[in-house]
Design a binder for this molecule. Structure first.
Ligand code: NAD
Length: 353
């Protein structure tokens, strides 16, 4: 199969491969769409087994960023960079400088940021070669850790879904929370403050104990989280939590959490809908983080300071958008993940004109 026949390539404006002889940098930057603004999405460093798997990852992730940015109603398109290599052993400032030069060749068509395997320090190296870098530290435009903003968006989304599905506020609502890392821990605090009862799990015992102490949460094993008596399941760990195997075990009425790619495959969304579970599409409910990054890009592009009020306004709008997705899903009798995809595509097409 050639690149042009690949279903993942569909609609991409450009795919750029870079090699730097001096540092050995091998990187792919996929630009899905610049219809709504410059493409933005993080850079992932991963020991891909082949260039093909790296390309597939870049293409899927860049399209996902287009959809996420469109639903977050920010003036950014979607793109993603991957660097082929082991983040534990293969990093150097020179490597990220070479990556920065690669980003710069696109002339602002693509803005990079953090993703798996890439730290603010790496981005600082890239930034010496190009201005198209977000996720900086110690800068007036810097947006800082996006996790609290992501968690606030997810918290509002959980509250909205509970109102819709259960007709009540969060007092006494039982939330099964999978993963108490950056986003999950902030979310746990907010849910606890709103009166929810938490059941939590994580592979990190220390993080688990800390959140349990702070919120009075009940702790269960990583597999047991799927079987607990709860009203809401909030995936905040890795992708693929909702699958043909785990879905039948869930007793909840709502699935709403911060993780990316919660549905293990395309068929699971329909199965969730058929079971009468209200699902907040992942890339809509977790858009707070990219809104925060967009605030930084906006400030960097205009050479101004980061504006938290702009971020707060977009976060309000995000909750409305989630409400619109759920409205359409109910009115049309169709899974919310498909409704969200359609809305995202329509927003991108409208910008394309
Ligand atoms: P994190 O690494 O800080 O937290 C993830 C947590 O999940 C960790 O504590 C980890 O130990 C735990 N975990 C891993 N495997 C597990 C398992 N099998 N069962 C239970 N727990 C497990 O990451 P994060 O920044 O909090 O992000 C969490 C999710 O949210 C990810 O899917 C991420 O892509 C997504 N997300 C994060 C942001 C953000 O602002 N950080 C924004 C959008 C989406």
């Amino acid at each position: 199969m050639t690149l042009f026949d690949s279903p993942d390539f569909q609609e991409h404006e450009g795919v750029h491969a870079f090699f730097d002889e001096k540092t050995g940098l091998k990187s792919i930057i996929a630009v899905h769409s610049t219809a709504r603004g410059p493409a933005a999405g993080g850079c992932r460093m991963w020991p891909y087994v082949s260039a093909e798997t790296a390309l597939t990852d870049a293409l899927r992730l860049s399209r996902a960023m287009s959809y996420k940015n469109a639903m977050a109603d920010i003036a950014l398109g979607g793109g993603k960079a991957v660097i082929i290599g082991d983040a534990r052993t293969g990093k150097s400032p020179a490597l990220f400088e070479a990556f920065g030069r690669a980003v710069d060749t696109l002339g602002g068509k693509y803005w990079t940021a953090e993703d798996v395997g890439v730290s603010p320090g790496d981005l600082a190296s890239a930034r010496t070669q190009t201005r198209y870098v977000a996720g900086l530290e110690g800068h007036a435009a810097a947006s800082g850790d996006p996790s609290p903003v992501t968690a606030e968006g997810v918290f509002r989304g959980v509250r909205l879904c509970v109102e819709r599905a259960l007709g009540r506020d969060l007092t006494g609502v039982r939330v099964a929370l999978q993963g108490v890392g950056h986003v999950g821990a902030y979310l746990a605090q907010k849910l606890h403050a709103a009166g929810a009862k938490l059941i939590i799990t994580d592979v990190n015992e220390q993080a688990l104990a800390q959140v349990a102490r702070a919120t009075g949460a009940q702790v269960v094993g990583t597999d047991a989280i799927f079987d607990v008596e709860a009203d809401v399941f909030a995936p905040c760990a890795l992708g693929g939590a909702i699958s043909a195997q785990t879905l039948p075990r869930l007793k909840v009425k709502v699935i709403a959490g911060g993780a990316n790619n919660q549905l293990a495959d395309a068929t699971v969304g329909q199965a969730v809908f058929d079971r009468g579970i209200l699902y907040a599409p992942d890339y809509v409910i977790n858009g707070g983080g990219i809104i925060n990054v967009a605030g930084e890009i906006r400030a960097l592009a205009a050479d101004t300071a980061f504006d938290p009020a702009w971020v707060a306004g977009k976060l309000d709008r995000l909750a409305q958008t989630l409400g619109e997705v759920l409205d359409h899903s109910r009115a049309d009798g169709r899974p919310s993940n498909l409704v969200a995809d359609e809305m995202a595509r329509a927003r991108i097409a409208a910008a394309r004109g």
